[in-house]
Design a protein around this ligand. Structure first.
Ligand code: THU
Length: 130
């Protein structure tokens, strides 16, 4: 088990939200993920004039995770630029589940919870034929 500095992770998420490109919704989202090698990877939302093409913060963090060396997500905090706690949307919960599995911890309004609580009975890699 890794020790998670939740305050630092939350502050990193707020900082990441400052890089958001959100001219349409006005909601600046930042996310910070602790990786199993101790790295912290960040993401921010990137919207598009073709609204449905916008990228959530968790999606850009997934790219950063892979581009900076891969590994598994251990803990994730998502915040607005104002510091408000935000929950990952449904699609992003699936993305986090893929990259962190059921034990990855997520900051929620109910406290820190594992992905198995945040996305119960998840469809995942083990459901695919080998
Ligand atoms: N958003 C995220 O970045 N992550 C989520 O999990 C929920 C929603 C973004 C998408 C869009 O740019 C803005 O928040 C408003 O929906």
């Amino acid at each position: 088990m890794m020790t998670v500095d939740w305050e630092a992770l939350r502050a990193s998420a707020v900082q990441a939200a400052k890089s958001a490109y959100a001219p349409y919704s006005g909601l600046h989202v930042g996310v910070a993920g602790l990786v199993d090698d101790g790295r912290v990877v960040l993401g921010c939302n990137v919207e598009n004039a073709s609204y449905g093409l916008g990228l959530c913060a968790e999606c850009t963090m997934a790219g950063q995770l892979r581009l900076s060396g891969g590994g598994r997500l251990v803990a994730v905090a998502c915040r607005s630029g104002e510091g408000e706690l935000l929950m990952p949307c449904g699609r992003c919960r699936q993305i986090l589940f893929e990259l962190g599995g059921p034990d990855c911890e997520v900051d929620t309004p109910r406290g820190v919870l594992p992905m198995s609580d945040v996305l119960p009975d998840a469809f995942g890699p083990t459901d695919l034929p080998s």
